[in-house]
Design a protein around this ligand. Structure first.
Ligand code: MN
Length: 245
């Protein structure tokens, strides 16, 4: 069986200073996780022409939506907040359209951090634009400070029995890292909650009407030494492989 080809939408960095050309790039941990799981990663730049998105759908076996800046607040009629940063409407648009294509055509999608958030917004759901201000019951610092080791286990998540996530991990609870100041507040159309943190923040969503539409709020690609986290990439790659064989 040939290796499944996985489209990875890029992150756009913000580089200060005049006369700089902005790069579209992706963290190397996402790439190494896909490769270790048996997939072949391909990067999609943010200025890829929207009228030709069908070529991406036809060319690749699955879609990975990664972390990055915040989704534009007005896209989900959210509360504007001074902590919102790194907004690139062009990224919101390409990821929204690719997600909707996936839902229409049964394309496997795996979302990580911002990935689960844009999936939810694309499905008509809503986000807290800032957990610390809008969720008074939060008990953990979900946005760990800059410089915190990316594999630091901060809180655990309770995994809902009967979900795809539970079938993949095979456990009721796992510890995770946490680098997000936003979170899902209202799940979008077709989305069910598959994991929640100990302080009640939604940490994973999935769409059970599809073979593999899953998003997690933590960063499994930064915890590759833990087999439970690599199970996510293996399950995603296997789902993509079932479409490529
Ligand atoms: Mn968290």
């Amino acid at each position: 069986m040939r290796k499944p080809k996985i489209a990875v939408v890029c992150h756009r960095g913000e580089i200060p200073g005049p006369n700089r050309v902005l790069p579209d790039s992706i963290g190397t941990t996402y790439i190494s996780a896909i490769v270790k799981a048996g997939g072949l990663p391909f990067l999609i730049p943010l200025d890829y022409p929207l009228e030709d998105l069908s070529v991406i759908r036809e060319s690749f076996d699955g879609l990975l939506l990664t972390g990055g800046g915040d989704v534009e607040t007005r896209r989900y009629n959210g509360i504007e907040h001074p902590s919102v940063s790194g907004v690139w409407p062009v990224r919101d648009e390409i990821e929204t359209r690719l997600y909707r294509t996936a839902i229409e055509t049964g394309w496997p999608v795996f979302g990580i951090c911002r990935g689960v958030q844009i999936m939810n917004v694309a499905a008509g759901g809503k986000l807290y634009s800032d957990i610390s201000d809008q969720v008074p019951t939060h008990r953990f610092i979900h946005p760990q400070p800059v410089g915190t080791p990316r594999d630091k286990l901060v809180h655990s998540v309770k995994i809902e029995p009967g979900t795809l996530l539970h079938r993949i991990i095979g456990k009721d609870s796992i510890p995770v890292n946490s680098f997000h100041h936003q979170a899902v507040s209202i799940p979008g159309e077709g989305m069910v909650i598959s994991a929640v943190s100990e302080d009640g923040i939604i940490e994973a969503l999935e769409n059970p009407a599809h073979p593999f539409v899953l998003g997690v709020q933590w960063h499994p690609e930064c915890m590759q030494q833990y087999d439970d986290q690599m199970k996510l990439f293996r399950a995603f790659t296997e789902a993509c492989g079932q479409r490529s064989s």
